[in-house]
Design a protein around this ligand. Structure first.
Ligand code: NAP
Length: 484
């Protein structure tokens, strides 16, 4: 396979799309074409599902330690190829190379961790109601999983789905985002090199997600849809999956509150806000979207945060020293501009940034200056909707009750952050926040051993930890009459 021209990975073979069409993948920092990939349709998706179904019996019946060995091999190969994977990730997504390396390695850890967990898919023996009967509970893989991933973490969202699926004994058809399909195809190359049986993992790239999605939803061989992306598409897929009662895991949008109390270590809070807000140019589902600072420390916090944000260096992710890359595309850019202009119109003040980056280094990409706003009110779009860009609104609050009410006043419920040194407050506020994850004096929230996921309209199910494995397993209740 040449570097710039990829094919679909179906049943252990590299194929063109049945319709012969291809599409271009471009670098959001430069507009240059990085590679072309096949434009799969329903027919290709069906072939991939059938390949996954064909591989299921063999894969699911392998002893756990054998499946684990394959998974560790994939992990080792990803780690060995981290530089190539990270570079391609930066070229297709735009994030700084150091972040791309971190994503590839963090994503690989899911394979390592779930390889271990493969051995711990335990059943149960339950006391029965009679002497003659035994009750056993088996845990079995759900079957073929159709996985759909977004562009903001092109590598780790893939491994975060594949790893628990493989550990449980499931086989997978993966549809990566059309803007960033290359990381997934490189992982497929590695899966092939690691010797996984044909059909265990299949990858179909497409610019017609609706056609492939419809095949995933309507094909009876698919028993689970695992989706990461927007709440809107997640709801559509969950409704579609209901027609055949397919299992679903939904990792959807977020609108994270980032709360700084007056007793916080302000420097730590500033550092946390920079990481949480500006990582991946603010295009993460868990990034701080609403910064609430207690009145008495608001000015000091804002002053230090402005200083820290002005030090961020915007540029091409492949260049040394870049801390913030471009936005993924024009549509993302327009949304950010609209949120900032709506806030300005309604009285917000720009503390820093608030404009498109211009000049020869920026003109061919989608670069927006890291931006802080204050004098923000709860009716602004930026406080109601996910911005998905490098813009942070800063608001003040008086007391715990008020900030909890405002933080929970959203349909999203993915991640929340609090900065405080008071133990009682930590417990009270974390318990009251209606979110699937709460970080206390911390700004990063994705490790293989913990259950990542949201409540409310941020999703159902968890990825990571033993909880993430449960989502790929069914219970089977066996009632055995001994002298029957
Ligand atoms: P998106 O538009 O929902 O796309 C996500 C994936 O769904 C892409 O692969 C996309 O394909 C596919 N898709 C779109 N329409 C589809 C359809 N009708 N049927 C089947 N698949 C379809 O989301 P996005 O803008 O790429 O990603 C950003 C969103 O993801 C944000 O809301 C973010 O918060 C969320 N996210 C959540 C998590 C989490 O763990 N909770 C993690 C990361 C991101 P195309 O690329 O071809 O459009």
């Amino acid at each position: 396979m040449s570097a710039g021209s990829f094919r679909l990975y179906i049943g252990g073979e590299w194929r063109d799309a049945a319709g012969g069409q291809r599409f271009e993948v471009t670098n959001p920092a430069t507009g240059e074409v990085v590679a072309t990939v096949p434009d799969a349709g329903a027919e290709d998706a069906r072939a991939a599902i059938e390949a996954a179904h064909g591989a299921f019996a063999g894969w699911s019946s392998l002893p756990a330690h054998v499946r684990a060995r394959y998974m560790r091999k994939v992990y080792d190969l990803i780690v060995r190829n981290v530089e190539r994977l990270a570079r391609v990730l930066t070229e297709e997504n735009g994030k700084p190379l150091a972040e791309a390396r971190g994503e590839v390695l963090n994503g690989a850890e899911y394979l390592n961790w779930y390889a271990e967990e493969t051995r711990r898919v335990y059943g149960e023996v339950i006391p029965s109601s009679s002497r003659r009967t035994r009750i056993w509970v088996l845990r079995q893989p759900v079957g073929v999983v159709a996985a759909i991933t977004p562009w903001n973490f092109p590598s780790s969202m893939v491994t975060r789905k594949i790893a628990p699926a493989l550990a449980a004994g499931c086989t997978v058809v993966l549809k990566p985002a059309e803007q960033t399909p290359l990381s997934a195809l490189l992982i497929a190359e590695i899966i092939q090199e690691a010797g996984l049986p044909p059909g265990v993992v299949n990858v179909v790239t497409t610019r017609d997600p609706a056609a492939v999605g419809r095949e995933f939803l309507s094909n009876q061989l698919v028993r689970k849809i695992s989706f990461t992306g927007s709440t809107e598409v997640g709801k559509y897929l969950a409704q579609g999956a209901a027609a055949q009662m397919k299992r679903v895991s939904m990792e959807l949008g977020g609108h994270a509150p980032f709360i700084v109390f007056e007793d916080a270590d302000l420097d730590a809070a500033v550092q946390g806000a920079v990481i949480s807000k500006f990582r991946n140019a603010g295009q993460t589902c868990i990034c701080a979207n609403r910064i609430y600072v207690q009145e008495s420390v608001a000015d000091a916090f804002a002053e230090r945060l402005v200083e820290a944000v002005r030090r961020l260096r915007v540029g091409n992710g492949l260049e040394d020293g870049t801390s913030v890359g471009p936005l993924i595309d024009e549509a993302a850019f327009i949304k950010v501009e609209e949120h900032v202009s709506d806030a300005r119109r309604r009285g917000a003040r720009v503390l820093t940034g608030g404009h498109r980056m211009s000049g020869p280094a920026f003109d061919r990409g989608f670069f927006y200056a890291p931006t802080l706003l204050d004098q923000v009110s709860d009716d602004m779009r930026i406080v109601r909707e996910e911005t998905f860009g490098p813009v942070a609104p800063i608001m003040t609050f008086r007391n715990e009750d008020e900030v909890i009410r405002r933080a929970n006043d959203t349909n999203y419920g993915l991640a929340a952050y609090i900065f405080t040194r008071n133990l009682g407050r930590t417990v009270r506020v974390s318990e009251a926040l209606e979110y699937g994850m709460v970080a206390v004096n911390d700004s990063l929230l994705a490790v293989p051993q913990a259950p990542f996921g949201g409540i409310k309209e941020s999703g159902v199910g968890r990825e990571g930890g033993r909880h993430g494995l449960d989502d790929y397993l069914e219970y089977k209740y066996l009632s055995v009459v001994l002298d029957g």
